[in-house]
Design a protein around this ligand. Structure first.
Ligand code: ADP
Length: 492
């Protein structure tokens, strides 16, 4: 790969500036890996959210310019900061008010903010006279950059050779309701396109329509989005693009997630002294005021409390295995009704279940280091990071066989240790069956240890995924030269 290949990476959030979910992890680590492992000239652009402005990064103001908008252009300010040698640009302006959260629940507000951001990011690189070979946008918040390029590229010499890649981290969030904002910035609906009528002004759908190529967060998710169960209504359209959809697994930052030097733990450990892990379990049981007998398996969840994550299946499932011995800790926040159900479950199992309804990064680390099983019963999981983190910490993941969970967890049967446990349907019957299987193997310490060690030895580093991205970038850039116009409805 040429080291001077220029990639403009756009995202709504990026760790360590601001992180709301897994997208923040990805945007904060993939561009760095692309720079370090693949020597690409990557620039990351994110909005200058209030939460970032309040942090003490050494931001430098680099440009002030107007973002075109019919009627009245809007002024944008751009700042720059260095992240381990990666140039990061932050875009500020009236549509990104300092007091607003990263995401609101109002698509028209978010639509306006992120359309402004997406168009400003393109204007910024024009200002800097840095023409990207490829724009990699992620999820609906930045899809407008790809759509805008597809509409304007032919008349815009600066972006004429710029290829586009649409990253899919969470398809159902299409940005429905943001159409008015798009229109306000001169981006019309794609009437007559191959998109279903109701999605013709939805930013994500437009990005998927217009991108030269689409990349999903895991190979299995890339295939799943072509089906009714996972396609968010776009499956028929996406099938017309199946030749230009690839799946690449996310990685994790293996330095940030490392039980050998994690300060949050009671005792640090590695695959070479796994026995030391037990002290973390005992300390965690004490912290949670649970029965401190370390022979009782400790089940855990660390999750957004959202139907996507299948956490609403947990009450029925645990009742099904109530006669067996276990302790459980459920950490997360989210949908109030699910939070309430989890609190209720704590009153149902007061001696052995704890509900920690909050976002608590330190506790999450102690759970990865002390729990025996991490439950991930997701209805859909584009990639998922928690199963990879769990394996790195010797906590055995038990997940639904979907998306990235299917691609990263190898199922275990008695006498056939894999790296975790999988079940098929998002249903308490299947979920409980898998838990029973895990609980049956658990007392066999040697076999359990093998499953733990198999997981700890997996390579989930970003380097491997970054190389796949770099290869994909190059092929998309090459293909751009002979790229066909947007698929129309009347075409096969
Ligand atoms: P998603 O992005 O869909 O929420 P992922 O599995 O990709 O799910 O990433 C979730 C990330 O957020 C992981 O790093 C996980 O440890 C962290 N996390 C989720 N909920 C909590 C919580 N309540 N407290 C601390 N960390 C959490």
């Amino acid at each position: 790969m040429k080291s001077n290949t220029r990639v403009l990476f756009l995202a709504a959030e990026a760790d360590p500036f601001v992180k709301v979910g897994g997208l923040g992890d990805v945007a904060g680590s993939l561009p760095l890996a692309l720079k370090d492992a693949c020597e690409l000239d990557v620039r990351l652009v994110i909005p200058f959210h209030g939460a970032i402005q309040r942090k003490a990064f050494p931001f430098k103001r680099i440009a002030s310019f107007e973002v075109p908008k019919p009627g009245k252009p809007i002024r944008a300010e751009a700042f720059q900061v260095d992240l381990h040698g990666l140039p990061v640009y932050l875009i500020g302006g009236a549509p990104i008010p300092p007091k607003a959260p990263v995401y609101t629940s109002d698509p028209s507000v978010d639509g306006y903010k992120f359309t402004f951001f997406s168009l400003a990011a393109l204007e910024l690189v024009r200002r800097l006279d840095w023409a990207p070979d490829l724009v990699h946008a992620n999820d609906w918040h930045t899809a407008m950059a790809i759509y805008a390029l597809s509409l304007r590229r032919d008349q815009d010499e600066f972006f004429q050779d710029t290829a586009t890649l649409m990253g899919v981290h969470n398809l159902p969030y299409l940005g429905i309701g943001a159409g008015v904002a798009l229109n306000a910035f001169g981006l019309p609906p794609a009437y007559g396109s191959a998109l279903p009528w109701w999605a013709q002004d939805a930013p994500f759908a437009l990005g998927l329509l217009a991108a030269d190529h689409i990349v999903a967060a895991s190979p299995t998710y890339a295939a799943e989005i072509l089906t009714t169960e996972f396609g968010a209504g776009l499956e028929s359209f996406l099938k017309t693009r199946s030749e230009t959809i690839t799946g690449i697994l996310n990685g994790i930052n293996q330095e940030k997630w490392d039980p050998r030097n994690d300060n949050a733990l009671t005792v640090r450990y590695s695959a070479d002294n796994l026995a030391a892990r037990m002290e973390n379990k005992i300390a965690l049981l004490q912290e949670l005021d649970l029965n401190p007998d370390p022979k009782i398996p400790l089940l855990a969840m660390i999750t957004r409390m959202d139907p996507q994550k299948g956490i609403d299946l947990v009450p029925k499932t645990l009742r099904k295995i109530a006669r067996q011995r276990w302790n459980a800790i459920l950490l997360g926040t989210g949908v109030p009704e699910i939070e309430d159900a989890v609190r209720k479950l704590e009153t149902e199992f007061p001696a052995r279940l704890r509900a920690a309804i909050r976002f608590d990064a330190m506790l999450s680390r102690r759970i990865y280091a002390g729990a025996d099983v991490l439950m991930i019963p997701s209805r859909y999981e584009p990639c998922g990071l928690t199963q990879m983190i769990a394996m790195r910490y010797g906590c055995v993941p038990l997940g639904r066989a979907t998306g990235g969970l299917k691609d990263t967890i190898q199922d275990s049967l008695p006498g056939q240790p894999g790296t975790g446990f999988l079940f098929e349907r998002p249903h308490p019957v299947d979920f409980a069956k898998a838990l029973r299987r895990a609980l049956r193997i658990y007392p066999n310490r040697e076999e359990w240890r093998t499953i733990q060690l198999n997981g700890m030895r997996q390579d989930f580093s970003w380097d491997r995924s970054a190389r796949q991205y770099a290869d994909l970038y190059q092929s998309v850039i090459n293909r751009r030269k002979g790229f066909a116009p947007l698929p129309r409805k009347d075409e096969p």
